[in-house]
Design a protein around this ligand. Structure first.
Ligand code: APR
Length: 257
């Protein structure tokens, strides 16, 4: 009987991490693009259609909260549609967490829940999440799925007008920076997936990791990001192909050797 041909793995890692390697993965909008969610800075991206100054700053919310709520209500609804689901790249990272003997931590800039839905559990949402709301008045954070408006009342302080998406806007401090810094300092392998490298502090993580001098750095993206030359290794193509291929290549390589 003829043997079924096995397609060669399109990704050949240049360095195979040791079994105890601590892996930190930074993800951006590119990993969710094939799940049906738009990126921000691609030609058809969100910031090509809406000015971020109008919807994603504290000043925009103070000036025109209805507009900001309308934008986030639309995005939250989009994330809930049945066609938006984790793709093979999210699944591969969940597999890596399950099968890698060392620590695996995902730091995501994404506010969607696709990593969790794929099965990842060690995850930091540094730019917040669509699935929560926060009261600007008392700071109370609550799970949120539906629409929000200036009439929405905070269940904790009973005030209306202050409820907002629990996402980090431009000019605000990303979440969990202490834990992130700790993980970056301690990691042996840093992988950046699907991010254009335009927004700090995330865009500076590769520089920080390199400055500390020990970790191997890998970029996986559709095309070279702004900080591409900072990475020791790179693989370009759609995340749904490159990420599973990279994960498959480092898992058996570790098992064999
Ligand atoms: N597979 C892999 N990479 C992809 C794919 C794909 N299918 N599609 C697009 N990309 C790449 C693009 O080439 C680009 O480099 O993903 C990157 C997406 O970049 P951005 O749109 O800038 O998204 P991101 O880097 O996550 O943005 C950072 O900016 O406005 C904000 O707060 C928002 O968290 C976001 C932050």
């Amino acid at each position: 009987m003829p043997q079924a041909s096995v397609a060669p793995n399109p990704v050949q890692p240049q360095a195979i991490p040791s079994a105890s390697a601590r892996i930190v993965i930074l993800t951006g909008a590119g990993i969710s693009q094939e799940s049906g969610l738009e990126t921000f800075r691609d030609p058809d991206g969100i910031w090509a259609k809406v000015r971020l100054e109008d919807v994603a700053t504290p000043e925009a919310f103070a000036r025109d909260p209805d507009r900001v709520h309308a934008f986030y209500n639309m995005r939250r609804a989009r994330h809930r549609t049945s066609t938006v689901a984790p793709n093979a790249a999210h699944a591969a990272l969940a597999r890596l967490e399950r099968e890698w003997p060392g620590d695996v931590l995902i730091i995501t800039q994404n506010v969607d829940s696709l990593h969790e839905r794929a099965g990842s559990t060690k995850l930091i949402h540094m730019h917040g999440v669509h699935s929560k709301a926060r009261c600007n008045g008392c700071g109370h954070i609550v799970a949120w799925e539906g629409d929000m408006s200036t009439a929405t009342v905070c269940e904790s302080c009973s005030q209306a007008g202050g409820m907002r998406p629990h996402v980090v806007w431009f000019g605000e401090m990303p979440l969990d920076l202490d834990r992130i810094q700790e993980a970056l300092v301690a990691c042996d392998l840093f992988i950046s997936i699907g991010t254009s490298g335009n927004v700090y502090p995330a865009a500076g993580f590769v520089g920080l990791v390199r400055k500390l001098g020990v970790a191997h750095t890998v970029e996986i993206n559709l095309e070279p990001s702004r900080g591409a030359t900072m990475f020791a290794e790179a693989h370009y193509g759609p995340a749904s192909v490159t990420v599973p291929a990279y994960v498959a290549a480092i898992l058996p390589a570790r098992d064999n050797g």
